[in-house]
Design a protein around this ligand. Structure first.
Ligand code: GLN
Length: 241
């Protein structure tokens, strides 16, 4: 374990809609406020990935055309490293378009984008309406069930394989596919979710849990008056509590 959180952003230029890079800003700030070091690197198109060099791998959301640019490259240059990283317990956080690419495939009409197969799921682009709106789920990241609230906007419907566990149960909103009542995926320290917001500013308890998992440190509490207000507001927007 390290005294710094080392974060690697995957395709930060292509996979970053709804200000998803704000998630990294939150991780950086919450480490800094506690005197924990923070290192940020990136791995983009054509670049390899060192599975040992980072505690947390992050990929944000993307439009279908950006995902199409990323998918094959990610399989070619990063799949093996991501598997090795996940196997040694590194944290992987993937949001929306990035989440879809963690699975086996993303089918878009006649085209099928490959995923890195870190988790057993597949996504199918639907002709039906996009699943848009505020969303809240109940999730347990090892410290008891809590609420995660955010905003979803996806055309893809994600279906988990039989042995895979969702990140949470939908309290308000659509979730993975709008039908089964589940949202995201959670296996070991690999977390995928449809929730933008960005996710972490609205759910700083998730940020802290990720820092703990990535560093092995026990975190001191912060004054989260403003952050708790943002969280409550996001929950209310999703029709919860
Ligand atoms: N392009 C994907 C979809 O529409 C993901 C969108 C996103 O990242 N918000 O399903």
């Amino acid at each position: 374990m390290t005294a710094a959180l080392r974060v690697c952003a995957l395709y930060p230029d292509l996979m970053n809609i709804y200000a998803d890079r704000g998630n990294i800003a939150v991780l950086r700030a919450r480490c800094a406020w506690r005197g924990i070091g923070f290192e940020l690197g990136a791995s983009g198109t054509g670049e390899s990935l060192d599975p040992e060099a980072w505690d947390l791998f992050y990929i944000g959301g993307g439009q279908d055309r950006d995902q199409a640019m990323v998918a094959h490259d990610m399989v070619d240059t990063k799949r093996d490293a991501l598997h090795a990283a996940a196997d040694r317990g590194a944290v992987v956080l993937a949001v929306c378009g990035g989440y879809q690419l963690l699975g086996a495939s993303y089918a878009l009409g006649d085209e099928e984008l490959p995923g890195v197969g870190l988790v057993d799921l597949h996504t199918v682009r639907s002709d039906g309406p996009r699943l848009i709106g505020n969303c809240a789920i109940e999730a347990d990241l090892g410290s008891g069930p809590r609420t995660i609230a955010g905003f979803e906007n996806h055309g893809g419907r994600t279906h988990l394989g039989p042995s895979e566990k969702p990140l949470g149960r939908v309290l308000g909103g659509h979730g993975n596919n709008g039908t089964d009542g589940f949202e995201g995926v959670h296996r070991g320290n690999v977390i995928g979710t449809y929730l933008h917001g960005p996710l972490l500013p609205k759910n700083v308890w998730v940020a802290d849990r990720l820092i703990e998992l990535g560093t092995g440190l026990e975190l001191t509490p912060l004054d989260d008056t403003l952050e708790d207000g943002a969280h409550e507001s996001a929950k209310r927007a999703a029709g919860v509590g």
